[in-house]
Design a protein around this ligand. Structure first.
Ligand code: AMP
Ligand code: MG
Length: 335
C-alpha cells in the first residue's frame, strides 16, 4: 500500500492506496478554509500552524483503520505550493519514512491533479495505455488553467496556459463583484441554472485555433462595467441571466480550446481535473467532445477535484518514473 501525503496549500490530507485492488482503504482531508475566510485568502503562517495540528490527528485516525506496517512506500507533494506548508508535509513524510524504514518519493502537485481523472480505472488492464494515450488534459482550478498532453510515456506537455487569471479565479472574482460568497463557482452555477446564458455577451480571449493561450481578466472587467451600468432593479431582474452568461463565457472558451487541440493532434482520451471540473456545464461540454471524437472522456469524482492525498498516492502507482527521488520542497516546481 502507498501512503499519500498532501499539504501544499491549505488542505491537510492523507490517503492509502491499495495497488492490488486499486482502491483507497483510507482517505481523509482536513480543510482549513474556515480559518482563512476572515482574511479573504490563505494566510501562509496560519496554514502551517493548522497542518502541524492536523497531521498527527489524521495519522492517529489512519492508525485506527490500517496498520502502518502495511505501507510499503510514502509519496508526498513536494511542490509547487506554499513553502512552509510543503516543508511541513515533506518533513512529516521523511519522519514516517525513517520510522517505518520505507522509501519516500516526491510528487508534483499538478501531476497529481492531471492524473486524477484516472482514479478508479484499472491501470493493469491490457489496453489501458493504448486506449488512453496520448491524453488531452484540462486542469482548471482556482490557481491554474492548463491544457496539456500526456504522451504515451506519461510526459506532460503544456499546450496552453493562462496569461493572467485562472478560470476558477475569474469565476471567484466575478462572483465577488456580484456580492456572492467565496468560493464563487458553486454559487454562480446554482444561480446560472435559472438563467439564460444568451442574455449577455461577455468577451472571450484567444479564440482562434493558433492562439494557444487563455485569458480571463477582460471578462471580469467587462462584468464590472456591466454591473455599473445596470440599475438596482435591472440587476435584480437580470441576476441569474448574468450568472448564466458569465459561466457560459468561461466554460465555452475552455471547451473551444479543447476542441481546437483535438483537431490539431490525435488524442485517445480526454479528461478534466481541478475544482472547476465540478461544474456541470463544463462536464457536459467535455463529455460531448469525447462523444463527437469517439474517444473516452474521464471526469474526476468530485472528492478528487480539490487538493487531496489520494491523487498523490495514485500518481505514484500510475507512474513512478516521473516522481522525484530527491525529496525536498520545491515551491516553484515547474511541470
Ligand atoms: P481548487 O483551486 O482546485 O481548490 O478549486 C477551487 C476553484 O474551483 C474555485 O475557484 C471555485 O470557485 C471553483 N469551483 C468549485 N466548484 C465549482 C463549480 N461547480 N463551478 C465552477 N467553479 C467551481
Ligand atoms: Mg490544487
Amino acid at each position: 500500500m502507498i501512503l499519500g501525503i498532501e499539504s501544499s496549500c491549505d488542505d491537510t490530507s492523507l490517503a492509502v492506496f491499495d495497488e492490488q485492488s486499486g482502491s483507497f482503504p483510507y482517505e481523509r482531508t482536513s480543510s482549513q478554509v474556515n480559518w482563512h475566510i476572515p482574511y479573504g485568502g490563505v494566510v501562509p503562517q496560519l496554514a502551517v500552524r493548522e497542518h502541524l495540528r492536523n497531521f498527527p490527528m489524521l495519522l492517529e485516525d489512519l492508525k485506527q483503520k490500517i496498520s502502518l506496517s502495511e505501507i510499503v512506500k510514502i509519496a508526498v507533494t513536494c511542490g509547487p505550493g506554499l513553502p512552509g506548508s510543503l516543508a511541513l508535509g515533506v518533513s512529516f513524510a521523511k519522519s514516517l519514512g525513517l520510522l517505518l524504514s520505507r522509501p519516500v518519493i516526491g510528487i508534483h502537485h499538478l501531476r497529481g491533479h492531471i492524473l486524477s481523472p484516472f482514479i478508479g480505472k484499472n491501470l493493469s488492464e491490457k489496453d489501458f495505455e493504448t486506449e488512453n494515450f496520448p491524453h488531452l488534459s484540462l486542469l482548471v482550478s482556482g490557481g491554474n488553467t492548463i491544457l496539456s498532453e500526456i504522451t504515451a510515456d506519461f510526459e506532460i506537455q503544456i499546450l496552453a496556459q493562462t496569461v493572467d487569471d485562472a478560470a476558477g479565479e475569474a469565476i471567484d472574482k466575478g462572483a465577488k463583484l456580484m456580492g456572492l460568497n467565496y468560493p464563487g463557482g458553486p454559487e454562480i452555477e446554482r444561480l446560472a441554472v435559472q438563467g439564460d446564458a444568451k442574455s449577455f455577451k461577455f468577451p472571450q480571449a484567444f479564440t482562434k485555433p493558433d492562439e494557444m493561450f487563455f485569458s480571463f481578466s477582460g471578462l471580469k472587467t467587462s462584468l464590472r462595467y456591466l454591473l455599473e451600468k445596470l440599475s438596482d432593479e435591472e440587476l435584480r431582474e437580470q441576476f441569474n441571466n448574468i450568472c448564466a452568461s458569465y459561466q457560459f463565457a468561461v466554460v465555452d472558451v475552455l471547451a473551444k480550446k479543447m476542441e481546437q487541440a483535438l483537431s490539431q493532434r490525435n488524442f485517445r482520451s480526454i479528461g478534466l481535473s481541478g475544482g472547476v471540473s465540478n461544474n456541470q456545464l463544463l462536464r457536459e461540454r467535455v463529455q460531448k467532445l469525447g462523444e463527437i471524437k469517439q474517444i473516452a472522456c474521464h471526469l474526476p469524482k468530485p472528492k478528487y477535484t480539490g487538493d487531496n492525498a489520494s491523487m498523490i498516492a495514485f500518481a505514484t502507482a500510475f507512474d513512478e518514473s516521473h516522481a522525484s527521488k530527491i525529496v525536498d520542497f520545491y515551491p516553484n516546481w515547474k511541470l
